[in-house]
Ligand binder design. Structure first.
Ligand code: L34
Length: 284
């Protein structure tokens, strides 16, 4: 069993980004990320703080907009429009989930696709589908980096994704497909899930249920990637995978925390750098 160290891989990605940002800095170009958080979801607060910290590490400016939970959709749309027009802002990230009275799709659709560093806008989703893209969504892109870290080639492997969200499951399947994996998407209506997951050479769990993936569901030697970010009854962070139960059987496994989470943030830094390069006409 090998633990894939997301902190180590994310540190490497961030140091690459920092070097490239310094080169832009010498040309007088600064890189800016706007992070918008609405309400006081404590988990979102932690993630947004980690994003701001990462911006400081790589030498980006970060602009935080912390809005009260009662913010109206129109007010949020007005802020997004303002940020679309702000030259200092190369990337815009509106932290999800938003309060129930705001239509998330309406907000995502309002973000200028060239500042959409989450790659959630339908224009960017379409680019990803076709395989011609500038940005990849941060979490699936981070998962691909973690898989690459194992040295295992996705080509021809049985890849199983559990969960079909727009943010993780669907784009995850697409990225594995781009690398010529044989991809199966599974979800809450899948029949006999364990018989499908136990065929997986590469298993990505993005379910949102603590300890959902148990040892009987995995193939011996499999690469097991845990995208879950759940809090158990004691408020402790835990993934979708029963780590203690699976770690001996898996070939490679990611921990939570310290696995996919830090990679999501590192890939956000990379996307923001890419956005700044494109907006300044210096994309290589
Ligand atoms: N718009 N909303 C938008 N973009 C995103 O990419 C996200 N996501 C998800 C939630 N909403 C979003 C994130 O930022 C999940 N997510 C995220 C980011 C960072 C971490 C976890 C989830 C993270 O830093 N995880 C740490 C532990 C954090 C803790 O202690 O709670 C880890 O080591 O896994």
């Amino acid at each position: 069993m090998n633990i894939i160290d997301g902190k180590k891989v994310s540190a490497r990605v961030k140091s690459e980004v920092r070097e490239e940002a310094a080169v832009l800095g010498q040309k007088g170009i600064s890189v800016g990320l706007a992070v918008v958080i609405v309400g006081d979801n404590p988990a979102s607060r932690v993630y947004v703080n980690n994003k701001k910290k990462a911006c400081a590490e790589v030498g980006f400016e970060s602009y935080e907009y912390a809005l009260p939970a009662e913010t109206t959709q129109d007010e949020l749309l007005a802020l997004v429009k303002k940020l679309n027009d702000d030259k200092k802002v190369n990337g815009i990230l509106v932290q999800l989930p938003l309060p129930k009275h705001i239509d998330e799709n309406a907000i995502i659709n309002a973000i200028s696709p060239d500042k959409d560093v989450d790659a959630f806008h339908p224009t960017n989703v379409g680019h990803i589908m076709i395989g011609d893209f500038s940005f990849l969504p941060c979490t699936p892109a981070g998962v691909m980096e973690l898989i690459a870290e194992t040295g295992i080639d996705v080509c021809g492997k049985n890849c199983v994704v559990i969960g079909r969200s727009n943010i993780v499951g669907k784009p995850m399947a697409m990225l594995l497909l781009h690398k010529n994996g044989t991809v199966t998407m599974t979800h809450s209506r899948t029949k006999d899930l364990a018989s499908v997951t136990s065929q997986a050479d590469i298993l990505v769990a993005a379910v949102g249920k603590a300890g959902f993936v148990t040892a009987d569901m995995i193939k011996p030697g499999a690469v097991v990637i845990d995208v879950g970010m759940n809090r158990n009854a004691e408020g402790k962070l835990c993934g979708d995978v029963d780590f203690d139960g699976c770690c001996e059987k898996a070939g490679y496994i990611t921990p939570v925390p310290g696995g996919v989470g830090p990679m999501t943030i590192a890939m956000l830094m990379r996307n923001t750098l890419t956005a700044a390069k494109i907006q300044n006409g210096c994309k290589d």
